[in-house]
Design a protein. Structure first.
Length: 252
């Protein structure tokens, strides 16, 4: 950004609130963009399609989002070193920022507060810096609520790295996303289930909707617009994830 470039990074973009404050200040100083690859919503066709359904009023006002982000464990010696030096393999600060961004987007919230959060290292005691489980409950400024769980306990028998799912409750219906696999039924992900006053519907959307965020972000960079996503929301999801991590009850 100091060199006149917009910046696009993977998650987790930050591990401390001071880092977020510095990035916000740099955006103000340079006028450049700081964007984050929240892939569980931006790079999953089921998630993109769900956003369209919600925007079209398919389930009315969103009042709750429940997200589950399990991953297959990857505790390697190099990971242990990174844990000691950088403390990045943490929950919910790492995987949880996906879940919080998803909640803010689907609920239409601008801000939220962390009501409670918990973390634990249940299985990998040989890596003291690791947290293999985390969850949190949030309350948004518009009254919507969120619960999410993230963990490293995907069993070897699952055909993908994690059975990522989300349940979105609205005043006029609900949506379930099976993002990466339809367990014991199909290896295909991107399954969306909608129940409303008209009935029950199932959509299989792989290859159907694409990933419009990336093209929109490029156009924002070229045209200095903010059509892809709000700059503040990139920061807000990360900020809430860091707060959830810092204030978590640590289960021994």
């Amino acid at each position: 950004m100091d060199h006149g470039k917009d910046y696009f990074t993977d998650k987790p973009p930050f591990t401390t609130l001071d880092q977020i404050a510095a990035a916000r200040k740099k955006v103000d100083q340079t006028g450049k963009k700081y964007a984050v690859y929240y892939s569980e919503r931006l790079h999953v066709e089921a998630a993109v399609f769900t956003g369209t359904l919600i925007a079209d009023g398919a389930i009315g006002r969103v009042v709750q989002v429940i997200g589950m982000g399990p991953h297959r464990d990857q505790p390697l010696p190099a990971t242990a070193m990174v844990l000691r030096e950088r403390k990045v393999r943490r929950h919910p600060g790492d995987l949880g920022c996906h879940q919080i961004e998803q909640f803010l987007f689907y609920s239409g919230a601008k801000d939220a507060r962390v009501l409670s959060s918990k973390v634990a290292n249940y299985k990998f005691k040989q890596y003291p810096g690791l947290e293999d489980f985390g969850d949190a409950t949030l309350l948004a400024d518009n009254g919507a609520t969120n619960y999410f769980r993230v963990d490293w306990f995907t069993p070897d028998g699952l055909g993908v790295w994690g059975d990522g799912r989300a349940f979105i409750l609205g005043t006029d219906g609900y949506i379930e996303m099976r993002k990466y696999i339809d367990v014991a039924r199909s290896k295909d992900g991107d399954q969306v289930f909608l129940v409303d006053h008209k009935g029950e519907r199932h959509f299989s959307v792989t290859g159907q909707v694409g990933f419009p965020f990336f093209g929109a972000l490029i156009l924002d960079s070229l045209n200095r617009t903010t059509k892809a996503y709000s700059q503040e929301m990139f920061f807000k999801a990360a900020e809430l994830a860091v707060i959830a991590e810092q204030t978590a009850t640590r289960i021994e």
